[in-house]
Write a protein that binds this ligand. Structure first.
Ligand SMILES: *Cc1c(COP(=O)(O)O)cnc(C)c1O
Ligand SMILES: [Zn+2]
Length: 449
């Protein structure tokens, strides 16, 4: 094993979240003293100095310095745990953030429709490159360290999107990839891993069982498991969603964010991103409410929030939202804490509501999201109806994955009509007899034209 402690001159290092012991930089995710998770801490004075360029108006100088850089997540390099000589090989992130007035009108109901329309935003990681989910961000950071730690093979346990991202990034970086997944994952997510030349190991078991196996393999082999021994580095990549939201809102924080939760890492890292920007003076301090979203069939975090628990009671997942189907979430405890301390809440929606919400987002805003996005939109609707999110508040929904990967859940929703011959008369006849599709969220019977 190389001596990993030789990297302690960095402006970041590992620290235990509970006992505070520092661990330098090495492939390790758990404190040996107290068995708590490790996280990356930074030297913020150094970051403030580097970004501010010694300017008198440090805030303006830092904002301009970042905004001048290429439109990808590496523009926040100082706030990520990257090796000193790191040269990015892939332009990941900086996905669009835009207003969603049509969706807002649907979610907020008549009373608040007009003000919600002006204040609801979507952060669209359904088009994150290269593999169309926010997991490209976490993998980009984890693999930057994989090389530094001397790995030629990287690996992960995955609910689908992580598999795609690890396989694609590994191909680009010339690393070997071993991907461990539950055997019955969506076909598009399996194919979308194999295509990059990765070795895919299918396991008859739940994600939680796959993950446990990977912890054991990680002890045996010198492999960089992005979400096991590289987890503290991996999870820092999620902060870039938060940095981008703030910058794209004009360097200000929203009132609310709605975030889908699997392991519960993303929601805590968006909070960390907002806290860091505030600490560095890049945005004004402001309370932000964090709202979690899960599928009812796998809702350990939202159940804990609703019942007032601070710890996770593990569940056996049964939902079509496979990318969120983690019954024993690694960061569950910290997700609950972030939600509660912010004054937010967590909701969950049934599988039929997930499908309906996928359709609502597509029909209102032209975005085709996967099941996780259906969960987010469905939960956001509930939160508006419960008045936990108010129409006049700036609210960002995190859409984290692409609908082309989970088309299976839409099987049978749309009928294919009989084709017609290319004749005008036949088209006229078609118009007289065709049945118009039922819009999403509309229980009404189809109407004939
Ligand atoms: C992994 C994943 C999430 C949740 O991420 P965590 O950080 O594990 O909570 C959300 N959406 C999609 C599409 C994902 O693949
Ligand atoms: Zn400790």
């Amino acid at each position: 094993m190389p001596n990993h402690d030789s990297h302690c001159h960095c402006h970041y290092e590992l620290r235990c979240r509970e006992c505070g012991r520092r661990w330098g930089n090495q492939p390790r995710s758990i404190c040996e003293e107290c068995f708590s998770p490790l996280e990356i801490i930074y030297d913020y004075d150094w970051i403030r100095y580097v970004l501010g360029e010694g300017a008198i108006d440090q805030r303006q100088a830092s904002r301009e310095r970042i905004s001048r850089r290429p439109a990808n997540m590496w523009r926040y390099a100082e706030l990520l745990p990257l090796p000193e000589q790191f040269e990015p090989r892939l332009p990941v992130g900086f996905t669009p953030l835009f207003n969603a007035p049509n969706l807002a009108t649907r979610l907020a109901g008549n009373g608040g429709a007009a003000s919600a329309a002006a204040n609801l935003y979507i952060k669209n990681d359904a088009v994150c490159l290269p593999t169309l989910s926010f997991k490209d961000r976490v993998v980009a950071v984890a693999l930057a360290q994989a090389r530094e730690f001397g790995y030629d093979t990287v690996a992960c346990s995955s609910t689908g999107n992580l598999a795609n991202a690890v396989a694609a990034h590994a191909a680009r970086l010339g690393l070997k990839a071993w991907i461990f997944i539950p055997a019955d994952l969506e076909p598009a997510k399996i194919l979308g891993t194999q295509i990059f030349g990765a070795t895919v190991v299918r396991i008859n078991g739940s994600y939680d069982q796959v993950n446990r196996l990977c912890s054991q393999i990680a002890d045996e082999r010198h492999w960089g498991f992005v979400n096991v021994n590289l987890r503290p580095y991996y999870s820092e990549g999620s902060k870039t969603v938060g940095f981008e939201i703030a910058e794209q809102l004009g360097w200000r924080l929203p009132d609310n964010v709605v975030v889908p939760m699997a392991g519960g890492s993303l929601i805590t890292k968006i909070k960390k991103a907002f806290d860091e920007l505030t600490k560095l003076g890049l945005v004004d301090e402001k309370p932000v409410k964090f709202f979690g979203a899960q599928a009812t069939g796998c809702s350990p975090i939202s159940t804990a929030v609703k019942t007032g628990c601070t710890e996770i009671d593990p569940q056996k997942p049964a939902t079509i939202a496979r990318s969120l189907a983690i019954g024993n979430p690694a960061d569950g405890h910290y997700a609950i804490k972030a939600i509660k301390q912010s004054g937010g809440w967590s909701e969950d929606v049934s599988d039929p509501e997930v499908v309906d919400s996928i359709r609502v987002l597509a029909e209102t805003e032209g975005i085709f999201t996967e099941t996780a996005g259906g969960v987010t939109v469905g939960c956001a609707g509930k939160l508006y109806r419960q008045d936990r999110i108010l129409p006049e508040e700036t609210t960002v929904l995190c859409i984290t994955g692409n609908g082309l990967k989970t088309t299976d859940v839409l099987a049978g929703v749309y009928e294919l009509e009989k084709p017609i011959t290319p004749k005008l008369a036949e088209f006229e006849s078609y118009l007289r007899h065709s049945v118009q599709p039922v819009p999403a969220g509309d229980e009404a019977v189809a109407v004939s034209a």
